[in-house]
Design a protein around this ligand. Structure first.
Ligand code: G3H
Ligand code: 13P
Ligand code: ZN
Length: 354
Protein backbone atom coordinates (compact mmCIF):
# COMPACT_ATOMS: atom_id res chain seq x y z
CA UNK A 1 0.00 0.00 0.00
CA UNK A 2 1.52 3.29 -1.11
CA UNK A 3 0.06 5.99 1.08
CA UNK A 4 2.18 9.11 0.65
CA UNK A 5 1.98 12.68 1.88
CA UNK A 6 0.79 15.55 -0.27
CA UNK A 7 4.12 17.28 0.34
CA UNK A 8 6.13 14.41 -1.10
CA UNK A 9 3.92 14.26 -4.20
CA UNK A 10 3.87 18.01 -4.83
CA UNK A 11 7.64 18.30 -4.32
CA UNK A 12 8.02 15.66 -7.03
CA UNK A 13 5.50 17.44 -9.26
CA UNK A 14 7.39 20.73 -8.88
CA UNK A 15 10.69 19.06 -9.62
CA UNK A 16 9.32 17.43 -12.78
CA UNK A 17 7.02 20.33 -13.80
CA UNK A 18 3.61 18.66 -13.68
CA UNK A 19 0.28 19.17 -11.88
CA UNK A 20 -1.92 16.63 -10.10
CA UNK A 21 -5.70 16.53 -10.26
CA UNK A 22 -7.25 16.08 -6.81
CA UNK A 23 -10.52 14.25 -7.31
CA UNK A 24 -13.28 14.20 -4.69
CA UNK A 25 -14.53 10.77 -3.65
CA UNK A 26 -17.78 9.77 -1.99
CA UNK A 27 -18.39 6.26 -3.22
CA UNK A 28 -17.00 3.07 -4.74
CA UNK A 29 -17.62 4.09 -8.35
CA UNK A 30 -15.62 7.34 -8.13
CA UNK A 31 -12.81 5.61 -6.25
CA UNK A 32 -12.54 2.80 -8.78
CA UNK A 33 -12.76 5.16 -11.78
CA UNK A 34 -9.87 7.26 -10.42
CA UNK A 35 -7.68 4.24 -9.59
CA UNK A 36 -8.26 2.50 -12.91
CA UNK A 37 -7.42 5.72 -14.76
CA UNK A 38 -4.27 6.12 -12.65
CA UNK A 39 -3.29 2.51 -13.28
CA UNK A 40 -3.79 2.90 -17.03
CA UNK A 41 -1.74 6.11 -17.21
CA UNK A 42 0.87 5.37 -14.50
CA UNK A 43 -0.23 8.42 -12.49
CA UNK A 44 0.09 9.23 -8.79
CA UNK A 45 -3.26 10.03 -7.17
CA UNK A 46 -4.79 12.56 -4.80
CA UNK A 47 -8.15 11.39 -3.47
CA UNK A 48 -9.97 13.87 -1.28
CA UNK A 49 -12.99 13.68 0.97
CA UNK A 50 -15.10 16.73 1.83
CA UNK A 51 -17.32 17.28 4.83
CA UNK A 52 -20.23 16.39 2.52
CA UNK A 53 -18.54 13.09 1.65
CA UNK A 54 -18.07 12.26 5.34
CA UNK A 55 -21.73 13.00 5.94
CA UNK A 56 -22.77 10.84 2.98
CA UNK A 57 -20.53 7.81 3.40
CA UNK A 58 -19.17 8.20 6.93
CA UNK A 59 -15.48 8.87 7.55
CA UNK A 60 -14.51 5.29 8.44
CA UNK A 61 -16.19 3.96 5.28
CA UNK A 62 -14.41 6.54 3.14
CA UNK A 63 -11.08 5.73 4.69
CA UNK A 64 -11.64 1.97 4.29
CA UNK A 65 -12.59 2.46 0.64
CA UNK A 66 -9.41 4.42 -0.03
CA UNK A 67 -7.41 1.75 1.79
CA UNK A 68 -9.01 -0.94 -0.38
CA UNK A 69 -8.04 1.08 -3.46
CA UNK A 70 -4.44 1.25 -2.27
CA UNK A 71 -4.39 -2.50 -1.58
CA UNK A 72 -5.69 -3.31 -5.04
CA UNK A 73 -3.28 -0.89 -6.76
CA UNK A 74 -0.19 -1.05 -4.51
CA UNK A 75 2.08 0.36 -7.21
CA UNK A 76 0.16 3.67 -7.35
CA UNK A 77 1.22 6.33 -4.80
CA UNK A 78 -1.94 7.75 -3.21
CA UNK A 79 -2.47 10.88 -1.12
CA UNK A 80 -5.54 10.63 1.09
CA UNK A 81 -6.52 14.25 1.64
CA UNK A 82 -9.23 15.96 3.64
CA UNK A 83 -10.84 18.70 1.56
CA UNK A 84 -11.98 21.97 3.20
CA UNK A 85 -11.48 21.23 6.88
CA UNK A 86 -13.34 24.06 8.59
CA UNK A 87 -11.70 23.72 12.03
CA UNK A 88 -8.57 22.30 13.66
CA UNK A 89 -10.80 19.66 15.31
CA UNK A 90 -11.99 18.35 11.94
CA UNK A 91 -8.38 18.15 10.75
CA UNK A 92 -7.32 16.35 13.92
CA UNK A 93 -10.01 13.72 13.44
CA UNK A 94 -8.84 13.08 9.86
CA UNK A 95 -5.25 12.71 11.02
CA UNK A 96 -6.46 10.19 13.60
CA UNK A 97 -8.28 8.30 10.83
CA UNK A 98 -5.06 7.99 8.83
CA UNK A 99 -5.36 10.73 6.20
CA UNK A 100 -1.93 11.76 4.89
CA UNK A 101 -2.92 15.35 4.20
CA UNK A 102 -5.46 17.87 5.47
CA UNK A 103 -6.77 21.20 4.30
CA UNK A 104 -7.38 23.82 6.97
CA UNK A 105 -9.61 26.33 5.21
CA UNK A 106 -9.33 29.33 7.52
CA UNK A 107 -10.47 31.75 4.82
CA UNK A 108 -13.97 30.95 6.07
CA UNK A 109 -15.32 30.35 9.57
CA UNK A 110 -16.41 27.02 11.00
CA UNK A 111 -19.79 27.42 9.27
CA UNK A 112 -18.02 27.24 5.87
CA UNK A 113 -19.75 30.49 4.87
CA UNK A 114 -18.44 33.50 6.77
CA UNK A 115 -15.27 35.13 5.38
CA UNK A 116 -12.74 35.42 8.22
CA UNK A 117 -9.92 37.90 8.79
CA UNK A 118 -6.25 37.27 8.12
CA UNK A 119 -5.24 36.86 11.78
CA UNK A 120 -7.86 34.17 12.41
CA UNK A 121 -6.72 32.33 9.28
CA UNK A 122 -3.06 32.40 10.35
CA UNK A 123 -3.91 31.27 13.87
CA UNK A 124 -6.03 28.21 12.98
CA UNK A 125 -3.76 27.20 10.09
CA UNK A 126 -0.62 27.41 12.24
CA UNK A 127 -2.33 25.28 14.88
CA UNK A 128 -3.09 22.57 12.30
CA UNK A 129 0.43 22.73 10.83
CA UNK A 130 2.01 22.10 14.25
CA UNK A 131 -0.30 19.16 14.90
CA UNK A 132 -0.08 17.64 11.38
CA UNK A 133 3.66 17.96 10.81
CA UNK A 134 4.30 16.14 14.09
CA UNK A 135 2.50 13.19 12.44
CA UNK A 136 4.20 13.56 9.03
CA UNK A 137 0.90 14.78 7.59
CA UNK A 138 0.82 17.67 5.08
CA UNK A 139 -1.29 20.81 5.31
CA UNK A 140 -2.97 22.88 2.61
CA UNK A 141 -4.07 26.37 3.66
CA UNK A 142 -6.29 28.82 1.77
CA UNK A 143 -5.90 32.56 1.41
CA UNK A 144 -8.65 34.49 -0.37
CA UNK A 145 -12.25 33.42 -0.94
CA UNK A 146 -13.45 31.54 -4.01
CA UNK A 147 -16.03 33.56 -5.88
CA UNK A 148 -17.20 34.76 -9.26
CA UNK A 149 -15.47 37.90 -10.53
CA UNK A 150 -18.50 38.26 -12.84
CA UNK A 151 -21.13 38.50 -10.13
CA UNK A 152 -19.33 38.79 -6.80
CA UNK A 153 -21.24 35.70 -5.64
CA UNK A 154 -19.33 32.90 -4.00
CA UNK A 155 -21.89 30.34 -5.13
CA UNK A 156 -22.14 28.03 -2.17
CA UNK A 157 -24.41 25.76 -4.17
CA UNK A 158 -21.82 23.02 -3.82
CA UNK A 159 -20.05 22.31 -0.58
CA UNK A 160 -17.86 24.99 0.85
CA UNK A 161 -18.21 28.64 -0.19
CA UNK A 162 -18.77 32.10 1.26
CA UNK A 163 -22.32 33.37 1.56
CA UNK A 164 -23.40 36.69 0.02
CA UNK A 165 -21.41 39.21 -2.01
CA UNK A 166 -17.64 39.40 -1.97
CA UNK A 167 -15.35 42.23 -3.09
CA UNK A 168 -12.73 41.78 -5.81
CA UNK A 169 -10.05 42.08 -3.12
CA UNK A 170 -11.53 39.14 -1.23
CA UNK A 171 -11.70 37.05 -4.41
CA UNK A 172 -8.12 37.61 -5.56
CA UNK A 173 -5.27 36.45 -3.34
CA UNK A 174 -2.73 39.20 -2.72
CA UNK A 175 0.85 38.03 -3.53
CA UNK A 176 2.43 39.97 -0.66
CA UNK A 177 -0.10 38.67 1.87
CA UNK A 178 0.46 35.15 0.46
CA UNK A 179 4.19 35.46 1.20
CA UNK A 180 3.43 36.61 4.74
CA UNK A 181 0.89 33.80 5.24
CA UNK A 182 3.24 31.05 4.08
CA UNK A 183 6.03 32.36 6.30
CA UNK A 184 3.71 32.59 9.33
CA UNK A 185 2.04 29.20 8.90
CA UNK A 186 4.61 26.98 7.13
CA UNK A 187 1.86 25.32 5.05
CA UNK A 188 2.92 22.73 2.46
CA UNK A 189 0.55 24.04 -0.21
CA UNK A 190 -1.50 27.19 -0.62
CA UNK A 191 -4.95 27.39 -2.19
CA UNK A 192 -5.38 30.73 -3.90
CA UNK A 193 -8.38 32.64 -5.25
CA UNK A 194 -8.26 33.76 -8.91
CA UNK A 195 -11.90 33.84 -10.04
CA UNK A 196 -12.80 30.15 -9.87
CA UNK A 197 -15.69 28.88 -7.74
CA UNK A 198 -17.16 25.52 -6.79
CA UNK A 199 -19.87 23.80 -8.78
CA UNK A 200 -21.13 23.91 -12.36
CA UNK A 201 -22.04 27.62 -12.55
CA UNK A 202 -18.63 29.29 -12.68
CA UNK A 203 -18.89 31.54 -15.74
CA UNK A 204 -21.81 32.66 -17.92
CA UNK A 205 -19.47 32.82 -20.96
CA UNK A 206 -16.16 31.19 -21.91
CA UNK A 207 -13.84 32.92 -19.42
CA UNK A 208 -11.44 35.68 -20.39
CA UNK A 209 -8.72 37.27 -18.24
CA UNK A 210 -11.11 39.69 -16.52
CA UNK A 211 -13.08 36.86 -14.91
CA UNK A 212 -10.43 34.11 -14.70
CA UNK A 213 -7.25 35.80 -13.53
CA UNK A 214 -4.37 33.50 -14.47
CA UNK A 215 -2.07 36.56 -14.33
CA UNK A 216 -2.73 36.64 -10.58
CA UNK A 217 -1.39 33.10 -10.31
CA UNK A 218 1.76 34.19 -12.14
CA UNK A 219 2.22 37.13 -9.74
CA UNK A 220 1.78 34.90 -6.67
CA UNK A 221 4.18 32.32 -8.06
CA UNK A 222 6.76 35.03 -8.81
CA UNK A 223 6.56 36.16 -5.16
CA UNK A 224 6.63 32.66 -3.55
CA UNK A 225 8.23 30.42 -6.20
CA UNK A 226 8.90 27.49 -3.87
CA UNK A 227 5.32 27.24 -2.55
CA UNK A 228 3.02 24.71 -4.21
CA UNK A 229 -0.16 26.46 -5.36
CA UNK A 230 -3.61 24.87 -5.39
CA UNK A 231 -6.50 25.76 -7.69
CA UNK A 232 -9.94 24.95 -6.29
CA UNK A 233 -13.09 25.05 -8.39
CA UNK A 234 -11.15 23.74 -11.39
CA UNK A 235 -13.74 21.66 -13.17
CA UNK A 236 -13.90 22.40 -16.88
CA UNK A 237 -17.67 21.68 -17.10
CA UNK A 238 -17.52 19.60 -20.31
CA UNK A 239 -20.05 20.93 -22.81
CA UNK A 240 -20.57 17.45 -24.27
CA UNK A 241 -21.79 16.13 -20.92
CA UNK A 242 -24.11 19.13 -20.44
CA UNK A 243 -25.60 18.25 -23.83
CA UNK A 244 -26.14 14.60 -22.83
CA UNK A 245 -27.75 15.61 -19.52
CA UNK A 246 -30.10 18.04 -21.24
CA UNK A 247 -30.90 15.65 -24.10
CA UNK A 248 -32.04 13.00 -21.62
CA UNK A 249 -34.30 15.02 -19.35
CA UNK A 250 -31.90 17.27 -17.41
CA UNK A 251 -32.20 21.03 -17.14
CA UNK A 252 -28.82 22.66 -16.81
CA UNK A 253 -28.64 26.21 -18.17
CA UNK A 254 -25.75 27.50 -20.30
CA UNK A 255 -22.60 27.58 -18.20
CA UNK A 256 -18.82 27.33 -18.55
CA UNK A 257 -15.94 26.02 -16.47
CA UNK A 258 -12.18 26.49 -16.34
CA UNK A 259 -10.65 25.55 -19.71
CA UNK A 260 -7.96 22.86 -19.47
CA UNK A 261 -5.52 25.17 -21.34
CA UNK A 262 -5.86 27.77 -18.58
CA UNK A 263 -5.10 25.13 -15.96
CA UNK A 264 -2.06 24.10 -17.99
CA UNK A 265 -0.93 27.74 -17.97
CA UNK A 266 -1.36 27.70 -14.17
CA UNK A 267 0.74 24.53 -13.95
CA UNK A 268 3.53 26.32 -15.85
CA UNK A 269 3.39 28.90 -13.02
CA UNK A 270 3.44 26.92 -9.80
CA UNK A 271 0.00 25.25 -9.66
CA UNK A 272 0.58 21.68 -8.47
CA UNK A 273 -2.82 20.54 -7.14
CA UNK A 274 -5.98 21.00 -9.20
CA UNK A 275 -9.29 20.28 -7.44
CA UNK A 276 -11.95 18.57 -9.54
CA UNK A 277 -15.32 17.29 -8.33
CA UNK A 278 -18.07 18.73 -10.56
CA UNK A 279 -16.72 17.22 -13.81
CA UNK A 280 -17.06 13.69 -12.43
CA UNK A 281 -20.54 14.50 -11.13
CA UNK A 282 -21.64 15.80 -14.55
CA UNK A 283 -20.20 12.80 -16.41
CA UNK A 284 -21.79 10.42 -13.96
CA UNK A 285 -25.21 12.08 -14.12
CA UNK A 286 -25.11 12.23 -17.94
CA UNK A 287 -24.19 8.55 -18.16
CA UNK A 288 -27.03 7.50 -15.80
CA UNK A 289 -29.64 9.64 -17.57
CA UNK A 290 -28.67 8.33 -21.00
CA UNK A 291 -28.50 4.71 -19.88
CA UNK A 292 -31.87 4.72 -18.14
CA UNK A 293 -33.54 6.60 -21.01
CA UNK A 294 -32.19 4.09 -23.51
CA UNK A 295 -32.87 1.04 -21.30
CA UNK A 296 -36.21 1.83 -19.63
CA UNK A 297 -36.83 -1.71 -18.45
CA UNK A 298 -33.44 -2.03 -16.70
CA UNK A 299 -33.49 -2.04 -12.91
CA UNK A 300 -30.12 -3.46 -11.88
CA UNK A 301 -28.18 -0.49 -10.43
CA UNK A 302 -24.90 -2.18 -11.34
CA UNK A 303 -25.75 -1.63 -15.00
CA UNK A 304 -26.09 2.14 -14.77
CA UNK A 305 -23.33 2.49 -12.17
CA UNK A 306 -20.97 0.64 -14.51
CA UNK A 307 -21.50 3.24 -17.24
CA UNK A 308 -20.84 6.06 -14.76
CA UNK A 309 -17.48 4.47 -13.97
CA UNK A 310 -16.49 4.47 -17.64
CA UNK A 311 -17.58 8.11 -18.03
CA UNK A 312 -15.66 9.24 -14.93
CA UNK A 313 -12.59 7.19 -15.80
CA UNK A 314 -12.38 8.85 -19.24
CA UNK A 315 -12.32 12.30 -17.61
CA UNK A 316 -9.65 11.20 -15.12
CA UNK A 317 -7.47 9.86 -17.94
CA UNK A 318 -7.86 13.12 -19.90
CA UNK A 319 -6.84 15.22 -16.87
CA UNK A 320 -3.89 12.95 -15.91
CA UNK A 321 -2.61 13.32 -19.46
CA UNK A 322 -3.32 17.04 -19.84
CA UNK A 323 -1.68 17.99 -16.52
CA UNK A 324 1.45 15.89 -17.16
CA UNK A 325 0.68 13.57 -14.20
CA UNK A 326 0.73 10.51 -16.44
CA UNK A 327 3.94 8.52 -16.41
CA UNK A 328 5.05 9.65 -12.94
CA UNK A 329 3.72 6.98 -10.55
CA UNK A 330 6.63 4.61 -10.97
CA UNK A 331 9.19 7.43 -10.76
CA UNK A 332 8.48 7.94 -7.05
CA UNK A 333 9.53 5.85 -4.08
CA UNK A 334 6.97 6.23 -1.32
CA UNK A 335 8.15 7.82 1.93
CA UNK A 336 6.27 6.80 5.08
CA UNK A 337 4.59 9.43 7.23
CA UNK A 338 7.17 8.55 9.93
CA UNK A 339 9.94 9.50 7.54
CA UNK A 340 8.10 12.76 6.77
CA UNK A 341 7.91 13.54 10.52
CA UNK A 342 11.70 13.26 10.63
CA UNK A 343 12.08 15.57 7.63
CA UNK A 344 9.85 18.20 9.25
CA UNK A 345 11.57 18.02 12.62
CA UNK A 346 15.00 18.38 11.04
CA UNK A 347 13.83 21.64 9.41
CA UNK A 348 14.44 20.21 5.93
CA UNK A 349 10.90 21.06 4.76
CA UNK A 350 10.53 24.53 6.25
CA UNK A 351 9.22 27.09 3.75
CA UNK A 352 11.77 29.67 2.69
CA UNK A 353 10.11 33.02 1.96
CA UNK A 354 12.08 36.25 1.61
O1 G3H B 1 -15.50 21.72 -1.98
C1 G3H B 1 -16.31 21.37 -2.81
C2 G3H B 1 -16.40 20.00 -3.33
O2 G3H B 1 -17.00 20.03 -4.59
C3 G3H B 1 -17.10 19.08 -2.38
O3 G3H B 1 -18.47 19.20 -2.44
O4 G3H B 1 -19.17 19.21 -0.02
O5 G3H B 1 -20.77 18.60 -1.86
O6 G3H B 1 -18.93 17.06 -1.22
P1 G3H B 1 -19.41 18.48 -1.32
P1 13P C 1 -15.27 21.93 -8.77
O1 13P C 1 -16.61 22.19 -8.20
O2 13P C 1 -14.90 22.92 -9.82
O3 13P C 1 -15.10 20.54 -9.26
O4 13P C 1 -14.19 22.13 -7.59
C1 13P C 1 -14.00 21.17 -6.60
C2 13P C 1 -13.19 21.67 -5.47
O5 13P C 1 -12.58 22.72 -5.50
C3 13P C 1 -13.15 20.82 -4.27
O6 13P C 1 -12.44 21.39 -3.22
ZN1 ZN D 1 -12.60 23.49 -2.98
Amino acid sequence: MALISLRQLLDHAAQEGYGVPAFNVNNLEQTRAIMEAADQTNSPVIMQASAGARKYAGAPFLRAMMEAAMNEFPHIPVVVHQDHGMSPAVCQRSIQLGFSSVMMDGSLGTDGKTPMDYDYNVQVTRQVVDMAHACGVSVEGELGCLGSLETGEAGEEDGSGAAGKLTHDQMLTDPEEAADFVKATDVDALAIACGTSHGAYKFTRPPTGDILDIERIKAIHARIPSTHLVMHGSSSVPQEWLQVINEFGGEIPETYGVPVEQIQEGIRHGVRKVNIDTDLRLASTGAVRRFLAQNPSEFDPRKFLAVTMVAMKDICIERFEAFGTAGNADKMSALSLDAMTGRYSSGELTQTVK
